[in-house]
Write a new protein. Structure first.
Length: 381
């Protein structure tokens, strides 16, 4: 049942309006107020669905009531129809700009009242109900997205507490929305450690769903192929065979395989990782280039191999890091030199990811893209 509040300082006007509404509007109850102060008290103590508001009243006029209700988030969604003898266009415009949904002038003839008032009230109640349902749906979706985002963050954070003999690992992950297209995966199979970092184009639910799909592809293919370049080629082929009926969607990925002290890696359009060492003269980028996944279905990839020394650290990240406000002022070669130096002085994988994040992103900055930073340290002792 709807609750409709009629506010007018003249009793006769209120009674006349209620007589019309009670015969024309179903499923409604009515409340009355003779001035703005009483109207606000009623709104605070009742769940009001619609206010029909006179402008010229003693104590607190309709303009003041309209302003207070629209400035209060508890009541700002209540639709207000202004009913006044004020007929100048500036006043009508002012009330509509303040948030009133409709306006009619008095006096009305009995015939006009029978048609105009019920029509405006019915239309406004329908609008209010639709708006309320839309907000409920939006709120439910938002809650679902928050839960999904929390699960995704927990999945990315599971590496923090997991011990890998011969490896130290830390993953810094931050989504710019509830869900992200970034992901990192580390899998051990047959004495070999495989890892992938990928950045799905865009962010949000679709990118997150695609990231889980690619994660599954990766886990399946590394049990069939022995080389990172072949894994990338199979992921690319499988992805293109999906024939996703949407705009062009592609993504970058970097895949590595650690077997003993040997790192073999291949790259599909991903930002080049860095290989850091306690010896600052040995730090460098892991250069290897290749097309994005999904760009062409017959893409071939290359791979490189390096020998890891004790305490060497592979630093990976997604390109969201380059969207920070400080990025234009960052010299990438100097930033790499800073990482190499910082790690040589403090070989903590967690501290390293925080240092890299701070190099590009300002404190409390609103992110423009998802960011994942991974520090993977090899230990042979």
């Amino acid at each position: 049942m709807y609750t409709i509040l009629v506010v007018d300082d003249t009793l006769f006007n209120r009674k006349l309006m209620l007589e019309v509404l009670e015969t024309k509007i179903d499923n409604a109850r009515y409340l009355q107020a003779e001035d703005g102060i009483e109207a606000l008290e009623i709104v605070k103590t009742n769940e009001v669905d619609l206010v029909i508001l006179d402008l010229m009243m003693p104590n607190k006029n309709g303009y003041e009531v309209l302003k207070e209700l629209k400035n209060n988030p508890l009541y700002s969604d209540i639709p207000i129809i202004v009913n006044s003898s004020v007929t100048d266009m500036d006043s009508i415009k002012q009330t509509l700009e303040m948030g009133a949904v409709d306006y009619f002038t008095k006096p009305l003839t009995p015939e006009q009242m029978e048609v105009i008032i019920p029509l405006k009230v019915n239309n406004t109640l329908k609008y209010h109900e639709q708006n309320r349902q839309l907000k409920m749906v939006s709120r439910n979706i938002n809650n679902e997205m928050k839960m999904a985002g929390a699960f995704q963050k927990a999945l990315m954070s599971m590496y923090e507490d997991k011990l890998y003999p011969g490896l130290d690992l830390y993953v810094y992950f931050k989504a710019c929305e509830h869900l992200s297209g970034d992901f990192f995966e580390l899998v051990e199979t047959g004495g070999t450690r495989w890892f992938i970092i990928a950045d799905i184009k865009g962010h949000g639910a679709a990118a997150a769903m695609m990231s889980f799909m690619v994660r599954k592809m990766f886990n399946n293919i590394i049990r069939q192929e022995s080389q990172p370049k072949d894994v990338l080629e199979k992921i690319n082929k499988a992805y293109n065979e999906l024939k996703i009926d949407t705009e062009l969607v592609f993504f970058s990925a970097f895949i590595g395989k650690i077997q003993g002290n040997k790192l073999t890696y291949s790259n599909a359009g991903h930002p080049h990782p860095a290989l850091l060492s306690l010896d600052i003269n040995k730090g460098r980028r892991l250069d290897c280039n290749g097309h994005f996944i999904g760009f062409m279905d017959d893409t071939t990839y290359t791979q490189e191999t390096v020998i890891l020394e004790d305490e060497d650290c592979i630093l990976l990240h997604t390109d969201g890091l380059y969207q920070g406000k400080q990025t234009p002022s960052v010299n990438l070669n100097r930033a790499l030199a800073n990482m190499i130096y910082s790690y040589s002085k403090n070989p903590s994988v967690k501290d390293l990811t925080c240092t890299v994040y701070g190099e590009y992103i300002m404190p409390d900055e609103e992110l423009q893209d998802d960011i994942t930073i991974v520090a993977l340290k090899y230990k042979n002792k």
